[in-house]
Design a binder for this molecule. Sequence first.
Ligand code: PBG
Length: 376
Amino acid sequence: MTGSADRAGVSLGVGPLPHARCRSRARTRAGTHLPPRYLDGTSPEGGQLLHPAPTQRLRRLRRTPALRRSFAETELPPRSLVLPIFVAAELDGERPVPSLPGVSQHGVASAVALAEQAVELGVGGVILFGIPSRKDPAGSGGWDPEGPVPAALRAMRAAVGDRLVLWADVCQCEYTDHGHCGPVGGDGEVDNDAAVAGYVRDALAYAEAGADLVAPSGMMDGQVAAIRHGLDEARHQAVGIVAYAAKFASAFYGPFREAAGSTLVGGDRHGHQLDVGNAREAARELALDAAEGADVLMVKPALAYLDVVAAARRQHQLPIAAYHVSGEYAMVAAAHDRGWLDGPEVLEESVRSIRRAGADVVLTYAALDLARRVVT
Ligand code: PBG
């Protein structure tokens, strides 16, 4: 505290520093910058600033809807949204997922109808997850050309042509009988390189079936480079890779595991997914996947990891995707059901915030509803 501020504080007889600062500024500026109504003339020095006049009034640009629209910083166009779709083998029609209100597992025809709705609403893309009719320790259903994802990809491509970007998630967790992301080795851990070999086979099956983008989500080391190599060898150079690069070992995936039927029989995913607190390690994962040839980098989950999204945006030129995951959606849906908050408003706020943090593309179960509701 300076000497003059001290004296001013004493003469005002109120809390010292902030008032003192205001007062001494008022004295030097009195009669020049501040209009007299801010001075009450009661202090011995001949004028006391009651409260500072805001010279910067940010409310000017918020006054009317037109002004707010003119100066809005973050748009939420439907093209920036990607809808996850669960395709179940041998399902006729759809089967609602209890933990994700508004979300269902779909048979191929019903999945195609959903893709057509996405096109009508201008949604950017869909990402497919498969629920096979049978599972084994290796997850071989993942690369079955007659499996649910290849079947849905072919049918969607025939129905919507190139008007929608078709993404296929690549992981073994829906296809293994133990629910792990690849075959489990003698030590009880997922065998990294065996899992990656499976992912390459999955990616090839999805590329053959017409996927624009394959999205490896298993967090195995070297998966992006191996898939890139495998696709190029098979002349699928045009198929892109969205790397789930910074994927955290999150409890927010709970409802997904019910939706995709991928609940772990034992163990957890901490041996390969990122530790929740590790932002620097996330940066390394992002950099590595970029170097391995990813076309898009993904951060997942989204809301609790906006710092990671923002850092990814600053550090990379590649497009950034963020996955607003099942638990993030389910919490809002559950609270909305109880009348505790306005679900659609909260979902829009959530996804717009993910965009503000730097995501170009957001994967969300609310994609269709948002596309219906949000104008920009
Ligand atoms: C793995 C995968 C998961 C999700 C997407 N891909 C689950 C997991 O890693 O356990 C979660 C998505 C969500 O919660 O919405 N194939």
